[in-house]
Design a protein around this ligand. Structure first.
Ligand code: LMR
Length: 331
């Protein structure tokens, strides 16, 4: 009798507990790059911290390498709640209708990570996140990757070398204009399709930071890599707003703390990951690494800088001016 009463009491308690106290809350976090990249490592680190600090009340399932969703699918999946977190590159927010993010794609707008951080960690970064809210998305953090190189199967040192080359880009109109300014033909394509498209000649070349180049094994299908440093590629870590706001306050606070620390981790490792990846590409001996002379660099800059003015209408004159102010960039 006593036992039966206890059993009933236990059952009643179990039913009285809210769902999140019985089952861990699952957070699906999807991204498109390899595990062995700044973003791949930071996502795993966030998972570790989030699970430890919520003492098992949250389980983060990280899906790397476009396993769950690829570019062009993932934003909609996030809005629908099929996935809870993403970390798309800043060049992938245009199709969502938030074109101001393409300010990060303007050629040569950042000289180094310090200048970039003035924007991502300052008022411009915060204002950009605010714009996501009406799309049902909350911006959690900016994670660094790095400065891009160009690659192709022919030597590419000056703008004339790009003439007629089909270059894969991310879904950013600014990047499209960048390739056109060099005389190339931009082709928007999901990241997951780049290797095969380079291999089969659907495209001739591409741009990315070395960490993405190396971990996608592009050295197997690209004979030349030019150290152009012509632009930046990094990420916004974002979540479905309804999901995030609906989390119990103590859980959300713990996750925000985990995100803060994962962001520091991501931004601490990004440069070295890219330097190491470039060295690893060099060591394969498959891709010739081209260091541009000062004159060649100047010619690239001269050809590409027009992209800023041409995109004032798209990115917003004010956004561009604010970034110039933060970074001290002189057009
Ligand atoms: C790309 O599509 O080239 C990059 O955005 C991939 C990534 O997430 O770094």
């Amino acid at each position: 009798m006593r036992f039966a009463n206890l059993a009933i009491a236990a059952l009643t308690l179990a039913f009285a507990l809210p769902a999140y106290a019985q089952q861990p809350t699952i957070i699906k976090f999807s991204h498109v790059v390899a595990l062995d990249t700044p973003k791949g490592k930071a996502a795993e680190y966030f998972k570790k911290l989030a699970e430890e600090r919520t003492k098992g009340r949250v389980k983060v399932e990280v899906y790397p390498n476009s396993q769950l969703f690829k570019d062009g699918e993932e934003m909609e999946a996030l809005q629908l709640g099929s996935v809870h977190m993403l970390a798309p590159s800043l060049a992938k927010f245009g199709p969502l209708g938030v074109r101001e993010f393409e300010v990060f794609d303007l050629p040569y707008i950042f000289d180094d990570y310090n200048e970039l951080h003035k924007v991502t960690q300052g008022p411009v970064g915060a204002a950009l996140f605010k714009k996501l809210e009406s799309k049902g998305i909350v911006g959690l953090a900016y994670w660094d990757n790095g400065f891009k190189v160009m690659s192709a199967n022919k030597s590419i040192r000056v703008p004339a070398d790009y003439k007629g080359l089909k270059m894969r880009i991310q879904s950013s109109k600014v990047l499209g204009d960048e390739i056109k300014a060099l005389g190339g033909i931009p082709q928007v394509m999901s990241f997951s399709e780049v290797y095969q498209s380079l291999q089969t000649g659907v495209v001739d070349g591409t741009e990315n930071p070395p960490s993405n180049f190396y971990t996608q094994k592009m050295q197997e299908v690209q004979k030349y890599l030019a150290l152009t440093d012509h632009g930046y590629l990094g990420y916004a870590v974002i979540a479905n707003k309804k999901f995030w706001d609906g989390l119990p306050a103590d859980i959300r606070t713990a996750l925000e703390g985990a995100m803060k620390d994962a962001t520091k981790f991501a931004n601490d490792i990004a440069k070295k990951e890219n330097d190491d990846a470039l060295e690893a590409v060099r060591k394969t001996g498959k891709t010739q690494i081209l260091t541009l002379t000062a004159d060649e660099k100047a010619a690239m800059k001269k050809a590409l800088i027009v992209v800023h003015k041409d995109n004032e209408g798209r990115v917003g004159k004010d956004t561009i001016a604010e970034v110039y102010r933060e970074t001290g960039f002189k057009p």
